[in-house]
Design a protein around this ligand. Structure first.
Ligand SMILES: [Zn+2]
Length: 81
């Protein structure tokens, strides 16, 4: 898997850093563990994928959070056409 931050292609998180980030509800910086995160605008590369840029206000690290649709739940049945 390749990821690009747009500015520095050598920057990478370890799998352990990623796992920790997800395990703790994506609430602390994966680099310095500070919880002062600021979230950027959502981008929708497709209907089933959302990407959001996050920035740590403590250490200045930036990363992209990727959300993939994993289920759909019917909340209203359509009428017969
Ligand atoms: Zn940080």
């Amino acid at each position: 898997m390749t990821e690009s931050t747009g500015s520095n292609k050598s920057v990478k998180l370890t799998q352990q850093q990623k796992d920790d980030y997800l395990e703790f509800d994506a609430s602390c910086c994966p680099i310095c563990n500070d919880d002062r995160l600021s979230l950027g605008k959502l981008k929708h590369p497709s209907n089933i994928l959302i990407i959001q840029r996050s920035t740590c206000r403590a250490c200045g690290a930036e990363w992209l959070e990727q959300y993939a649709m994993n289920d759909i739940i019917l909340t209203k049945e359509g009428s017969d056409l």
